[in-house]
Design a protein around this ligand. Structure first.
Ligand code: HEM
Ligand code: HEM
Ligand SMILES: [Fe+2]
Length: 484
C-alpha cells in the first residue's frame, strides 16, 4: 500500500461499502444545493420554471436529497468504523452491498418520478406510487417499504458484527440508537385522512430523528472520530457520550411538543413542549465543551487537519443552529409569531448544516486519508491546505449568510403578518411584499451561490487531496497525561 494511492483494494469490505455510500452522499449533496438554488430563484423570479419545474417540486427534491445524503453519510460512517470497533469482519458484506444497490436504485426512481410526474389524483394510488405528501419524507409507499428493508439489513449487519466481535460503550449506544432510528421511520408511513393525527405521527420521524436519534448517532461517530484524530482515551469519550445521550434523550423526546403547539393537539403540549425543548441546548453545550476540551488537552495535535476542523465547526454549528436558533423560537409565546415563517427556515438551514453536513464531511476526510494509504493530512499540506480551508470557509460563510438573510425575512414576516396584521390571509401576502422580506430573499440567493462555490471546491479537494503526498500519517499521541 503506497502513500498517495488511488487504489482502494487495501480497504476492508465494510470500508469499501462505506465509500460507495459516501459517493452517493456527495452526489445527493450536489443535487440538494442545485435544487435549493432553483427554489430560491423562484422567490425572486416567480414565473421561472412555472409548470415545468414548480417550486414545490424543487423544494421537495432539495430537502429530500438533504435527508437522504445525510442518512447515506451516516450509514457510510458506521460501515466505516464497525469492523475496527468490533475487531472482526462485517458479517453480511454481500447482503450489505445488495441493500446498497437496491436502495440507490429505488431513490433514483423516486427522484425521477418526482421530477417527471409532478401531480397525481388524490387517491391511495398516488400515495403508493408517486408521493406521500409528508414534508422531508415524501417518498411513495413502495419506496418506504424498500427503505425499511434496507435499513433492517443495515441494522442486522451492524448488530451481528458487534455480536460476533466485541462490544464497546460506543457500539452499545450506537446499536440501541439504530433500533429507534429504524423503528421511528414506520411512524411516517401511517396514513389517516385527519391532518392533525397525520402530523402528530409525522413529527415522530422528523423531530425524533434530528433532535434525538441523529444527535445520539453523531455523538457516537464524534466519540470514535476523536479517538482517531486526537488519540483521546476511550474512557474519556465514553463517559462524555453517556452524559450527552442521557441529556439528549431527557430533553429531546418530550421536546417534540414544540411541534404540537398549533396542529390541534391538547393544550398541555404548550407547557410540555416549551419546558422540555428549552433544555435541549444543554447537551449541545456539553458537546462543544467535550470536543474543545479534548482538542485543547492534546494541543490540537491531530492526524487529520481537515477532519478535525470540520468536527470543531460541527460542535459550534450544532450548538448555534440547533441550540440557539431553535431556542429562539421554541417558547409558545414566541412561536405563535414565528411559526412557519422564514425564521423557521433560518433555523432549519443552520441546524441541518451545522449539525449534520459538517460531521459527515469530517468523516469523508477520515475515509479519504485511509483510502490514500494512510497519507499525511496534518499541518503543512502540499497546497498549504488551501482548498479544504476555502471549502470550509465558503460553505460555512455561505450557510451563515443564508441564515442571517432568512432571519431578516422571517422577522419581517413575524412583525408584519402576525404582530401587525393579526395573521390574516391578506397580511400573509402583505408581509411577503415588504422591502425587508424581499431583501432577505435576495441575499439568501447571493449567499446560496457562495455555498455552492464552497461545495464545488470541497469536491475538488476530496478528489485530489493526498494524491501527490509522499509523507505518511502522523499518529496522534496516545494517553496524554492531562486527560486522566
Ligand atoms: C440538529 C438538530 C435540529 C435540526 C436539524 C432542526 C431542524 C428543524 C427544521 C428543518 C424545522 C422546520 C420544520 C418544518 O418544516 O416545519 C425545525 C423547526 C423547529 N425547531 Fe428545530 N432543529 C433542530 C434542533 C432544534 C432544537 C434543539 C430546538 C429547540 C431548542 C428546536 C426548535 C424548533 C422549533 C420550535 C421549531 C418549529 C418552528 C416553527 O414553528 O415553524 N430545533 N427544526
Ligand atoms: C445553495 C444554497 C441553498 C439555497 C439557495 C436553499 C434554498 C432553499 C429554499 C428556497 C427553501 C424553501 C423554503 C421555503 O419553503 O420558503 C429551502 C428549504 C430548506 N433548506 Fe435550503 N437552500 C440551500 C442550502 C441548504 C443547505 C446547505 C441546507 C442544510 C444542510 C438546507 C436545508 C434546508 C431545509 C431544512 C429546508 C426546509 C426549511 C423549512 O421548511 O423550514 N438548504 N432551501
Ligand atoms: Fe423539533
Amino acid at each position: 500500500m503506497n502513500v498517495g494511492t488511488q487504489d482502494p483494494s487495501h480497504l476492508t469490505g465494510g470500508q469499501k461499502l462505506a465509500v460507495k455510500y459516501y459517493t452517493v452522499a456527495v452526489v445527493l449533496f450536489t443535487a440538494q444545493i442545485l435544487f435549493g438554488l432553483l427554489a430560491g430563484l423562484q422567490y425572486l423570479v416567480p414565473e421561472f420554471g412555472y409548470n415545468v419545474l414548480d417550486f414545490n417540486v424543487n423544494r421537495m427534491v432539495h430537502i429530500n436529497a438533504m435527508v437522504l445524503w445525510m442518512l447515506y453519510g451516516f450509514i457510510g460512517a458506521i460501515y466505516w468504523l464497525v469492523e475496527e470497533e468490533a475487531g472482526t469482519e462485517l458479517v453480511g458484506l454481500k447482503l450489505g452491498n445488495l441493500a446498497f444497490w437496491v436502495l440507490t436504485a429505488a431513490i433514483t426512481v423516486v427522484v425521477l418520478v418526482y421530477v417527471f410526474v409532478q401531480t397525481g389524483p388524490g387517491e391511495m394510488s398516488t400515495i403508493w406510487l408517486i408521493n406521500e405528501g409528508r414534508e422531508y419524507i415524501e417518498a411513495p409507499r413502495w419506496a418506504d417499504i424498500g427503505i425499511v428493508v434496507c435499513l433492517l439489513v443495515f441494522f442486522w449487519n451492524i448488530a451481528a458484527t458487534f455480536m460476533k466481535g466485541k462490544w464497546s460503550g460506543i457500539s452499545g449506544v450506537l446499536v440501541l440508537d439504530l433500533v429507534a432510528l429504524t423503528g421511528l421511520y414506520l411512524a411516517g408511513m401511517f396514513y389517516t385522512p385527519n391532518i392533525s393525527v397525520d402530523q402528530y405521527w409525522w413529527w415522530w420521524v422528523i423531530h425524533l430523528w434530528v433532535e434525538a436519534t441523529w444527535e445520539v448517532m453523531i455523538g457516537c461517530i464524534m466519540a470514535w472520530a476523536l479517538i482517531k484524530t486526537l488519540g483521546v482515551r476511550r474512557e474519556i469519550v465514553t463517559t462524555w457520550l453517556y452524559i450527552e445521550v442521557t441529556l439528549m434523550f431527557g430533553s429531546g423526546i418530550l421536546g417534540l411538543g414544540h411541534h404540537y403547539f398549533w396542529i390541534g393537539t391538547p393544550e398541555y403540549w404548550l407547557a410540555v413542549g416549551g419546558a422540555f425543548s428549552v433544555l435541549e441546548p444543554i447537551p449541545l453545550v456539553a458537546m462543544v465543551v467535550h470536543a474543545l476540551y479534548d482538542s485543547g488537552v492534546h494541543r490540537f495535535k491531530n492526524s487529520n487537519h481537515p477532519a478535525m476542523a470540520w468536527l470543531i465547526v460541527h460542535t459550534f454549528g450544532n450548538f448555534f443552529g440547533a441550540g440557539v436558533w431553535g431556542f429562539m423560537q421554541t417558547l409558545p409565546q414566541i412561536n405563535v409569531y414565528t411559526h412557519g415563517t422564514q425564521w423557521s427556515s433560518s433555523h432549519g438551514h443552520l441546524a441541518f448544516f451545522g449539525a449534520y453536513a459538517t460531521i459527515n464531511i469530517a468523516m469523508f476526510y477520515l475515509a479519504l486519508q485511509k483510502w490514500r494509504g494512510n497519507v499525511y493530512m496534518s499541518a503543512g499540506l502540499a497546497d498549504n491546505g488551501r482548498k479544504w480551508k476555502w471549502a470550509l470557509g465558503l460553505l460555512s460563510a455561505g450557510t451563515l449568510g443564508m441564515t442571517m438573510a432568512l432571519l431578516v425575512s422571517g422577522y419581517e414576516q413575524s412583525f408584519v403578518e402576525r404582530a401587525l396584521g393579526g395573521s390574516t390571509w391578506a397580511a400573509y401576502f402583505e408581509a411577503q411584499r415588504t422591502h425587508w422580506f424581499m431583501q432577505g430573499m435576495f441575499w439568501r440567493q447571493v449567499w446560496g451561490v457562495i455555498t455552492a462555490i464552497g461545495l464545488a471546491i470541497l469536491i475538488w479537494d476530496m478528489l485530489t487531496i493526498g494524491r501527490k503526498e509522499t509523507r505518511s500519517m502522523v499518529l496522534p499521541a496516545n494517553h496524554v497525561e492531562a486527560t486522566a
